[in-house]
Ligand binder design. Sequence first.
Ligand code: AKB
Length: 317
Amino acid sequence: MEKILVVGAAGQIGSELTLALRKIYGNENVFATDIKDAPKDVKKSGPFQLLDVMDDKRLIHFVIRYKITQIYLLAAVLSGNAERLPLQAWDINMRSLLNILDLAREVGIRKIFWPSSIAVFGMTTPKTDTPQLTIMEPNTVYGISKLAGERWCEYYNHKHGLDVRSIRYPGLISYKTEAGGGTTDYAVEIFYDAIESKKYECFLKPDTKLPMMFMDDAIRATTELMEADSSRLSIRSSYNLSGITFDPRQLSDEIKKYIPDFEITYKPDFRQVIAESWPQSIDDSVARNDWGWKHKINLEKMTRIMLKETEKKFKHK
Ligand code: AKB
């Protein structure tokens, strides 16, 4: 019987992944935790507790008390916020991972999931169809922490046999819980502003292409990777994962099909430089070959769902 701990269950990925895991493993077997309060459905559908991943003593008590067998560590400071508070972000992103890896080795956790990001790449990386193995010289605090994290995951796998699995998520687009402090977050904010005021001021330039993915695909990728036979996994740092590539202008054109008087203006800020250091599209053939990954949701479908669901959210406010 699997007993699963989700750290960061109130966040953009965690709030949806917790519900997906509860469907697979049973509500009572998935323990949601965060340092902040979680959405109602996360709290109602199964156990939820406030827990700080930086508090290693409480963490180990929790894991032993509830006989945890798998851990999903989703807590992180994203790219934009990390540039504002570099040392704090480094400390949170690294210490949370090292706490979990070491605890997992000590108590014998069966499987761990930890998200990496396209932020591990940098200016010197090939921009299109970025390969799994390539030049990696990230120049953001977040990207450096993710690249170091990948190295630690692989180290714990090779050295201690820990079954750590990871994905380099592209920008994730979802309507349930708002993202916070990322460079790709314009692609979430735009839907809120389109519904509320039919206007959006974008912090990236119109032609800034970035790899993105709708949350349903990202959740499916995560559960598929975690269920794959361990012998099939050739990558123990983190898998490239590809979904959709678009820029702010293409996204706003898509929104205009549903809201013809929608207006977008551009006022690039410090996040433009971050976006320009990241790839535009990703080659995920290794993930496809190893565990059969294939994305399903394209720009048209994603826009339709986002507009419909964001509108519903406003109506119920
Ligand atoms: C961010 O923009 O910081 C994140 C990411 C790509 O990891 N969404």
